[in-house]
Design a protein. Structure first.
Length: 108
């Protein structure tokens, strides 16, 4: 935790930025590096019966860390994707409640 789920981003891009991105997000969120997971979902976007190119959709699942932290995380993710031609990104946050998140059968 936090979990970043990337749709519409090449796995090779995520691999290339993963170390630096997680380093920065770890500092921003005050969270150990090994708590982060990055997932790349191979996605086909469909519109009117055709496959289309779409900007990346990135979901961040986490425990709430406040609006300022959320803003900084979104800016960092966007900044790391821009050099790879992803000029538009949509980043959204799903807040998990600690009592709803279990590790080894025990909630936080």
């Amino acid at each position: 935790m936090p979990q970043l789920i990337f749709k519409g981003v090449k796995a090779s891009t995520i691999k290339e930025v993963s170390t630096k991105l997680v380093n920065e997000l770890s500092l921003i969120t005050d969270t150990p590096r090994d708590y982060f997971t990055l997932e790349c979902i191979d996605t086909q976007f469909i519109f009117d019966g055709d496959e289309i190119e779409l900007y990346p959709l990135i979901e961040v699942k986490w425990f709430d860390r406040g609006q300022s932290c959320k803003d900084r995380v979104a800016v960092a993710i966007d900044r790391y994707l821009k050099p790879f031609g992803y000029n538009t990104t949509e980043i959204f946050f799903t807040t998990l409640e600690k009592e709803d998140y279990y590790e080894n059968g025990i909630h936080y």
